[in-house]
Design a protein around this ligand. Structure first.
Ligand code: IPE
Ligand code: IPE
Ligand code: MG
Length: 254
């Protein structure tokens, strides 16, 4: 349907997950879900129609991730910079959790999915937070895929706050200056307890990180596709995993 090509080039399509190798499934996949507005504009629709369509895509890709045994799927849904958008768009985005969770939670529960949020509650309207917190509460004993929403998340804020916490701990004497390690720093990030993403996918053709997990992406494999988020299908997702499986991760070694 789309005239655009994905990063895989050659427009080769796979039919299913069957070509994936079972023993090299990324544990943690993160997606910058971008391009909702442009997807809508291309159809002569208002931007919020793109956000609605993007929301619909979340469950599809979550199920696809779960089906192949991915442990954590992090979806960048709202950045600390997205507050600068027009108020009506922000209001709409803040209404999406109330729409998404009641609609999808039963199936997510049935799939043993656990909801988590990475980001700050401050500034998020109460009705939005309630929807997210209910979903977290309802799924807190689930042991399957972690569906982690980066919501009101920004990496510089995260790094700054972690730094502040480290300094506070040193000042109070609970941490020695020489005990500041990468591990101690990681523990104070929003993603504490999660492994770093193995694979980052960004849709919409933008080649940037947009303040997403600057620390955690140090050795993440990056994939960029021209597809807009609402049109990014399960097959596109599996192709991304296949591309990941063809990479050689060297971590600076040989
Ligand atoms: C991504 O789509 C969703 C959010 C950032 C909330 P955009 O709204 O950024 O869509 P484009 O990039 O303008 O097409
Ligand atoms: C990144 O997309 C944030 C999310 C997808 C939530 P943006 O559309 O906000 O990023 P920029 O402005 O193009 O860098
Ligand atoms: Mg965008």
């Amino acid at each position: 349907m789309s005239q655009k090509k994905s990063w895989f080039g050659k427009n080769k399509k796979v039919d299913s997950q069957s070509i994936l190798s079972d023993n090299n499934i990324p544990r943690h996949v993160a997606i910058i879900m971008d391009g909702n507005g442009r997807w809508a504009r291309r159809r002569g629709l208002p931007r919020i129609a793109g956000h609605h369509s993007g929301m619909k895509n979340v469950k599809k890709i979550t199920i696809a991730a779960d089906d192949i045994g991915i442990e954590i799927l992090t979806l960048y849904a709202f950045s600390t910079e997205n507050w600068t958008r027009p108020q009506d768009e922000v209001d709409y985005l803040m209404s999406l959790p109330q729409e998404f969770f009641p609609l999808e939670i039963d199936e997510l529960v049935q799939k043993n999915v656990r909801i988590r949020m990475t980001g700050w509650k401050e500034g998020v309207p109460v009705h939005t937070l309630e929807a997210v917190e209910n979903a977290i509460e309802r799924t807190k004993h689930n042991t399957g895929l972690i569906l982690n929403f980066a919501f009101n998340y920004g990496s510089r804020k995260e790094l700054t706050e972690a730094m502040r916490e480290l300094v506070r701990d040193v000042q109070s004497g609970s941490l020695k200056l020489e005990d500041i390690t990468e591990e101690e720093y990681s523990k104070r990030l929003q993603t504490a307890g999660l492994p770093d993403p193995d694979l980052l996918i960004r849709t919409s053709g933008e080649l940037r990180i947009s303040n997403f997990m600057l620390w955690q992406l140090a050795y993440t494999e990056l994939l960029f596709t021209d597809l807009y988020w609402p049109e990014f299908s399960e097959n596109d997702f599996y192709e991304a995993i296949r591309e990941y499986q063809s990479r050689i991760r060297r971590y600076g070694g040989l």
